[in-house]
Design a protein around this ligand. Structure first.
Ligand code: B4P
Length: 191
């Protein structure tokens, strides 16, 4: 089983590249952002709880997100590999993910990290706001908050996996197709 984490700051292109990677490699896509937005759209208790955190640029509490991922992994035991997009976002989530995968006799194979400068992230989120309808894209103060949460809480995830020599950092600036090719090259070298 090949399990990939696509890592990077908000707006770095994780969702964009994930769509292309799942159609090429057949990974089971597990995007916590998408799962949370679907809970919000369905007005579930979990969605109502998550919405205020997301609208303020904060992370949804670990216990909520980990429970959601646990259920998604259990519902897809037959998958030949998972692509984790936007998860883990804290060290506690990374440790929980490692334990969940271990209980299924598997592990994270590779972490591909997209490196994009902060000014470009803001430009992309402002552009995405025009079409996404996402309330967390609309406000520049919220975007800056999300970037600071990334630095303070999420970068620790890359450090966690770097200690196991599983992280490759790639330039996330430039043409979408070019970035996709560089991601594929790293996967093909290991899968
Ligand atoms: P996510 O849904 O994960 O979204 P994201 O980080 O904002 O964006 P992504 O990196 O996927 O960027 P995209 O491809 O769209 O998170 C949203 C919120 O959910 C979080 O803030 C948090 O509150 C909550 N959440 C999610 N997971 C959580 C967790 N594990 N724990 C706690 N809370 C959690 O690209 C952005 C834009 O750039 C797009 O418009 C795209 O078209 C454009 N773009 C992409 N690649 C480009 C390129 N190469 N050049 C130019 N533009 C590009």
């Amino acid at each position: 089983m090949f399990n990939l984490i696509l890592f990077g700051p908000p707006g770095s292109g994780k969702g964009t590249q994930s769509e292309m990677l799942i159609s090429k490699y057949g990974f089971k896509h597990l995007s916590t952002g998408d799962l949370l937005r679907s809970e919000i759209a369905n007005k579930t208790d979990l969605g109502l709880k998550a919405k205020s955190f997301m609208d303020n640029g904060q992370l949804v509490p670990d216990a909520v997100v980990i429970g959601m991922v646990d259920a998604a992994i259990n519902a897809n035991k037959q998958a030949s590999g998972f692509l984790f997009d936007g998860f883990p976002r804290t060290k506690a989530q990374a440790i929980a993910l490692d334990e969940l995968l271990e209980s299924h006799g598997t592990a994270i194979s590779l972490v591909l990290a997209l490196d994009v400068p902060e000014e470009e992230l803001i430009v992309r989120m402002i552009n995405r706001a025009k079409t996404s309808g996402r309330s967390d894209d609309a406000d520049e103060a919220v975007q800056k908050k999300r970037i600071s949460v990334y630095k303070n809480e999420t970068l620790a995830v890359a450090e966690h996996y770097a200690a196991f020599d599983k992280v490759i950092t790639l330039n996330g600036l430039g043409q979408i197709d070019g970035i996709f090719s560089s991601l594929c090259k790293e996967i093909d070298a290991r899968a």
